[in-house]
Design a protein around this ligand. Sequence first.
Ligand code: NAD
Length: 552
Amino acid sequence: MPKANPRHPNFPIPGGPELRARGWRQEALLRLLENVLSVGEDPDNLVVYAALGKAARNWPSHRAIVKTLIEMDEDQTLVIQSGKPVGLLKTHAKAPLVIMANCNIVGQWAKAEVFYELQRKGLICWGGLTAGAWQYIGSQGVIQGTYEIFMRIAERRFGGDLSGRFVLTAGLGGMGGAQPLAGRMAGAAILCVDIDPERAKKRQQVGYLQEIAPDLDTALAMIAAAVKEKRALSVGLVGNAAEIYPEIARRGIVPDVVTDQTSAHDLVYGYVPKGMSLDQVRSLREDGQGQLMAASRASIVEHVKAMLDFQKKGSEVFDNGNLIRTQAREGGVADAFDIPIFTEAYLRPLFARAIGPFRWMALSGDESDIALIDDLLLAMFPENRIITNWILLARQHIPFEGLPARIAWLGHGERTALARRVNQLVASGELKGPIAFSRDHLDAGAMAHPNIMTERMKDGSDAIADWPLLDAMLLCSSMADLVVVHSGGGGYAGYMTSCGVTVVADGTKAADERLDHALTNDTSLGVIRYADAGYEESFDEIAAKGIGHVKV
Ligand code: NAD
């Protein structure tokens, strides 16, 4: 039975034992599509997160996808082009059920303005990373990544945790909404600025944000008290980061850590320029895109200048993957890239071993399935400190949104071992229903993004997009259930290409084979990608785990 969804009553949360489709594989993908909308930011417009990241091109396409998933057989493959189903073709039962290519525009044309025009004509939509691929699980999807960043900073600079430390950030949207909880889990007093009061309220309702301050003075007083008492606290503040950051700097306050997760990547549909109301911005999105782009960029310049100012005064400042430095540099801030990107600064040694944001969703809708897998993880990987620490914290702090799900940064071999054990538990009936396994596209072999994932690679291979394309082909050859290639849309047009994958553990022997091949090969390619770029950790991993790397 689907569950009521108080946030979006028209988008119930899927679950229960009854199938509408002809098999669990098809039913699973249908539930994942329903799920991304049930936890999405603006499901009425099919928007899941990141301002424009959509689950399907439009409502007719959505309806056709749903109907096809319900009616298709296991030996067919549904072909989706930028959120629109275009073919249902006879393949075989080991082929992917769904393949997608979303928002891939030929190089010289891959620009925001071209994307907006194609979108206006209804010819394309942007899938974000996990939105168009039906893999989004709410703000939890990035929370462990954000937490691990905070912990790396804590280890390097603050003696192991962030208690008694002030973290300043902005953006409480679909992904940015993870920040207040990640900060609190790391022990910090974290202030999160967002221009939209509804976003702040939403994050408070779902349990990710504790307090909303009525004004900056009160917010800073709340933070100062928490810092003094070394008390973890998250405070939201409604305001424009391009005004609030410079004002905090002007008052001579220097936060310990500063970042930002507004939708700065998109100057039209994402970032809100200072001095403009949300209504003004919404109307300019229709008929004043040029004006809006100029105003957003001018505000981002001030926003980033304040971040650089904090950096000079000693704050740990980083770009959290929203292209804010790129926009500022184009606006004339020559030293914007003095701010490091989070991947290179904190997480690259993990990616070099293909340790990244793996995740699973309980298709039964039953939270006890996630609890059982949490126990399993703790039993299977007692030596893995990242995992044991994370699972204990996640259990305590992370509320479920939509289908119960868990994110955990696992690496090569670990993902496969867990998934195959879970498949046995589905078969034995110890789990209430099948489990879908997936990962963020921000994963070792899965993303080329020279200003985020692959910035300053050791061998200079930052802009080479062969890797995600190879990953997708390899995953199709490895029997994954859903395989997708995404490129950037809106402000990300021309900046990135990524690959996504989903495999369903339905308790069958065939699923065991699919999980084994797809998950093992996905992380193998991830390790190989970093070995190819010269990372020592990858060579260790290849030697220790017998990964099939060809040396030239
Ligand atoms: P979103 O569109 O759901 O939310 C963005 C939020 O920023 C909104 O709540 C909006 O009100 C707020 N905002 C916009 N301009 C503002 C301003 N000037 N001052 C204050 N608030 C402002 O987007 P999201 O899904 O939360 O993603 C945010 C950014 O993070 C995007 O650029 C996205 O691509 C990026 N991202 C990074 C990672 C990562 O791994 N680090 C993962 C996902 C998304």
